[in-house]
Write a new protein. Structure first.
Length: 413
């Protein structure tokens, strides 16, 4: 279940950040109305507030960063102060999510009044160093997660040519999934097309400025340039190093897209945001139909499910107070834990521990230590049968949470 404390923090954080952003940017009445309408119809925010996921922190940060960049770009007298504020906030955010590092580029690029090749070089070098530090942090502290980016980095380090080929293959597949109308839920597809549409709009805006008869004006070009840098960077990262799958890309897109929308509102570019709000309103029924399915289990316990878990699992477990702890442990599959790692597992008799296997491939050549294994056949397809055979697992019973096995190779009597 989602922790009550996380939900409470989200309910306090969002209005608090909104008030702070409004105080910083001081939008007029019209801008304020559009801003409120955007936030109210920003379905990702409504979906993740009643959860313990970090998405609300990132969307709240997007609201605050937009307000800070607005002052940074429009008030040269206090530019240094707001550069420090943005820099400190990014230092906090980058370890939480790597893509925040891309905003270092406009932060450096927009600081000097005079723009020349040295400014661009400093922006590239500064951003590169920050991204390398961020990548090293993620590599050290998150290397045990079976993310595609970790697998690709291993491949690039061991065989650069093979790694590049894999990047191209992954990019090609991701492009097809990004534009597919059958790849994901309607709300997920909506965000994908919103970020693509906004990117096309700001690039067209930038091209018009470059081709203007009056010549290129930095004051006019920096606004579309900010959005182009931010949106292109996150899109490229997802397409090359992440996944266009389920809600994985969705969670990467929602904060940069929200940041751009709010900054556009504060700078008075409302015509870019109206279509996004209109589409959000059109998809209100998708939100209303998806919300109960996605969030209902977080706050409502199904007594019948608990009873079934108790009936189908507990009679087959033998607690041994003398044996090693692995004999009183159940290993569960990674993707099945969306359902299984919540309240249903509380029906299992006391004394048993639960471990989650993040990546079954990493167990190749290593022993499976837990005496009991609970695998969800749907989430582990098509490797489900192969995995059971590889570890010589003996099926005990079918349960609401998957198939329960006993591991004959566990160090138990």
């Amino acid at each position: 279940m989602a922790g009550d404390s996380a939900v409470l923090i989200h309910l306090i954080l969002v209005p608090l950040v909104l008030l702070l952003a409004i105080n910083i940017a001081k939008p007029n009445l019209g801008q304020l109305g559009v801003l409120i309408l955007l936030v109210v119809t920003w379905w990702p925010l409504q979906l993740y507030i009643p959860s313990n996921m970090q998405e609300v922190v990132h969307m709240s940060a997007a609201i605050l960063v937009a307000a800070l960049f607005y002052r940074y770009m429009t008030d040269p007298k206090i530019k240094t102060r707001y550069a420090v504020y943005i820099g400190l906030l990014l230092l906090f955010l980058i370890p939480l999510r790597f893509i925040w590092g891309f905003l270092v580029f406009p932060l450096i690029l927009f600081y000097p009044i005079k723009k020349d090749w040295k400014t661009w070089l400093m922006a590239f070098v500064g951003t590169g160093l920050v991204l390398l530090a961020g990548a090293a942090f993620v590599r050290i502290f998150y290397s045990y997660y079976p993310w595609y980016s970790n697998e690709l980095l291993d491949l690039l380090l061991n065989s650069p040519l093979q790694g590049i080929r894999e990047m191209i293959r992954h990019f090609t597949a991701s492009i097809g999934q990004l534009f597919s109308l059958n790849q994901g839920l309607p709300l997920v597809i909506l965000v994908r097309y919103q970020i693509i549409g906004l990117l096309i709009a700001v690039v067209a805006w930038l091209v018009l400025i470059v081709r203007s008869k009056t010549g290129i004006s930095w004051d006019r070009a920096r606004e579309p340039l900010f959005h182009a840098i931010s949106l292109v960077s996150v899109l490229a990262f997802v397409l090359f190093f992440y996944d266009v799958l389920d809600t994985r890309d969705y969670r990467m897109f929602i904060s940069p897209l929200l940041l751009s929308c709010i900054l556009l509102i504060l700078l008075g570019r409302l015509k870019f945001v109206y279509p996004i709000i209109a589409l959000n309103v059109v998809f209100v029924f998708s939100f209303l139909s998806y919300y109960p399915v996605y969030r209902y289990p977080n706050f409502h316990v199904d007594p019948q499910l608990l009873s079934e878990v108790h009936r189908t699992i507990n009679p087959y477990l033998q607690f041994d107070s003398v044996a090693n702890r692995w004999c009183n442990t159940i290993s569960i599959s990674k993707y099945g834990d969306v359902q299984a790692i919540g309240y249903p597992l509380t029906a299992i008799q006391s004394g048993f521990g639960i471990t989650t296997i993040l990546d079954w491939k990493e167990l190749s050549g290593q022993p499976l230590k837990a005496k009991y294994v609970l695998m969800d056949p749907v989430s582990l397809m098509p490797d489900f049968g192969k995995l059971a055979n590889r570890f010589d697992l003996l099926e005990i019973n079918q349960t609401p949470l998957g198939t329960l096995y006993i591991n004959p190779h566990a160090d138990c009597e």
